[in-house]
Design a protein around this ligand. Structure first.
Ligand code: 5GP
Length: 120
């Protein structure tokens, strides 16, 4: 585990089933669940099951199998909600400038309506 990873972050607790989540899909290396404070009709969080702090940590250190499984699950969520054609947005916040609140890598998958311009 990365020395800087906080094993008590809220998503680590979800992965250990210490707190509940509304699970949508999972595979061996990734979990998808509903955001507790949705910003759009569809707002799903996809997280790796292994302890990576943020996008950079994940992309630099995850194994090929972990990468493949993670992005496969993102695709499965897209298909689950049938938003391939109408579109969606994927966001990942990182660090203080990115205003990342939970220090376990995750992507937000948002959709179900026109999401407006990217920032602002
Ligand atoms: P970040 O700002 O780190 O990119 O986003 C963290 C996200 O986690 C926020 O959208 C927030 O609503 C969500 N969140 C925080 N705590 C919980 C929780 O306990 N359960 C779920 N399902 N989502 C959470």
């Amino acid at each position: 585990m990365n020395n800087l990873y906080d094993p008590d972050n809220i998503f680590a607790k979800i992965l250990r089933s210490e707190i509940p989540c509304n699970k949508i899909l999972e595979n061996e290396f990734a979990l998808a669940f509903s955001d507790i404070n949705p910003q759009a009709p569809i707002h799903i969080l996809v997280i790796p099951k292994n302890p990576y702090i943020d996008f950079y940590d994940f992309t630099k250190n995850a194994s090929n199998k972990q990468h493949e499984s993670f992005w496969k699950l993102v695709n499965d969520v897209i298909e689950h909600y049938k938003v391939e054609k109408e579109g969606f947005r994927i966001i990942t916040n990182s660090g203080s400038n990115g205003n990342q609140d939970v220090p376990h890598f995750h992507v937000h998958l948002l959709g179900g309506e026109n999401l407006g311009r990217m920032i602002g």
